[in-house]
Design a protein around this ligand. Structure first.
Ligand code: F6R
Length: 360
């Protein structure tokens, strides 16, 4: 049941310290900077020459997140919408690794792309929440995110677990392709081990409800981010539109000036995600919106330069740039939740949507 919470979505948002701890349990050794992914020992990916991640919706945003981690590690990687794969798949060979990212393991679009990859001779892996799902059965290998059942139609806890599992998988692939010294595991893993507590702190101190109230009734809601903040901005906007039915869009910060700025008015709050990478550019992009009257809500640590400029602040604890977006995402999940709650939307079952989309 929902326990003390009014909605499954809120319960599942609050489960993230636990679900993330489950995802990394036994898989990381922060002290020795080591990771062990069942089924994927050192050398498991020695033959891989490029990686394609296929997914839809929130899982696609997690896939994008994973792509950045792979590229940072020097691995050729692309995130692709599974529903576009049949018409636009890049070439695959037996050395292509195709990773199907799917919470349910039953999404028709993703299964169809997975089957295409299998038929083309690629090596396939699924990152999924559901043991025994179709994706888990049909991919060559499966890595489970162990998030526990997610009842709310809007994916929340599974996004953070997917992003973390893909980050870990990226590190293993990088170790195999670029050598064990190629990764930053020694600094990453201790930060990762602290993530459940960091998310707990966000949940405890979040001012998302006040922010949702303050900007309730706006015409449109924009979310911007750069690097790993970009998938988080996309996810923030998807969540917002799904459960509030209000218009929301996510942009790469630097794209704002290439068109979307035309939409910006005092009635379009801009949530700016700062990850610690090129934040000064993102801040400049946010200020361009602010100059047109838009309120800017900075999602960043306390004391960050953006807090001097922004109209409002959603605080996240300091962490590694590769993980900061996950903390920002929790803040944005809470903003969407409270905005939808104010509008009295059926948060766990938004209109026109299903938890698992089994048609193409
Ligand atoms: C958004 C949402 C959907 C799913 C998408 C893929 O909150 O839940 O966008 O992420 O339908 O579903 P899975 O991950 O089950 O393949």
């Amino acid at each position: 049941g929902k326990g003390e919470y009014d909605h499954f979505m809120l319960k599942e948002i609050h489960e993230q310290p636990t679900s993330l701890a489950q995802a990394i349990e036994g898989r990381i050794d922060p002290e020795f900077g080591d990771l062990s992914l069942e089924g994927f020992p050192y050398g498991a990916f020695g033959d891989v020459d490029s990686v394609q991640l296929i997914a839809c919706g929130t899982s696609y945003h997690a896939a994008l997140y994973g792509t950045f981690a792979l590229r940072k590690a020097g691995v050729h990687a692309t995130a692709l919408l599974a529903n576009e794969y049949s018409v636009s798949a890049p070439p695959i060979t037996e050395d292509t690794l195709v990773i199907a990212v799917t919470q349910s393991g039953e999404t028709a679009d993703t299964l169809s792309a997975l089957r295409q990859a299998n038929a083309g001779g690629a090596r396939t892996v699924t990152v999924t929440n559901v043991v025994g799902s179709t994706a888990a059965r049909e991919a060559d290998d499966a890595l489970f995110i162990r998030a526990g059942p997610e009842i709310g139609v809007a994916a929340t806890k599974t996004f953070s677990s997917q992003a973390v599992m893909l980050t870990l998988l990226a590190q293993r692939i990088s170790q195999d392709l670029r050598g064990r010294g190629s990764t930053d595991l020694a600094s990453l893993l201790p930060e990762l081990a602290r993530m459940p507590a960091a998310i707990g702190s966000v949940l405890e101190h979040s001012r998302a409800e006040a922010i949702a109230e303050r900007y309730d009734g706006s015409q449109s809601y924009f979310f911007i981010g750069r690097g790993l903040g970009y998938p988080v901005a996309l996810e923030g906007a998807l969540k917002f539109k799904e459960i509030t039915y209000e218009h929301a869009e996510g942009f790469a910060s630097g794209e704002l000036k290439h068109g979307p700025l035309a939409l910006v008015t005092p009635d379009t709050p801009v949530f700016a995600v700062f990850t610690g990478e090129e934040d000064e550019k993102t801040l400049k992009n946010a200020e361009e919106a602010q100059t047109r009257g838009a309120p800017v809500i900075a999602v960043c640590p306390d004391g960050h330069a953006a807090t001097e400029v922004a109209d409002a602040h959603l605080e996240i604890p300091e962490t590694d740039p590769s993980l900061a977006g996950l903390l920002s995402n929790v803040q944005l999940q809470l903003v969407s939740y409270h905005a939808a709650d104010l509008l009295d939307r059926p948060i766990d079952k938004p209109r026109n949507l299903a938890k698992s989309v089994t048609v193409e």
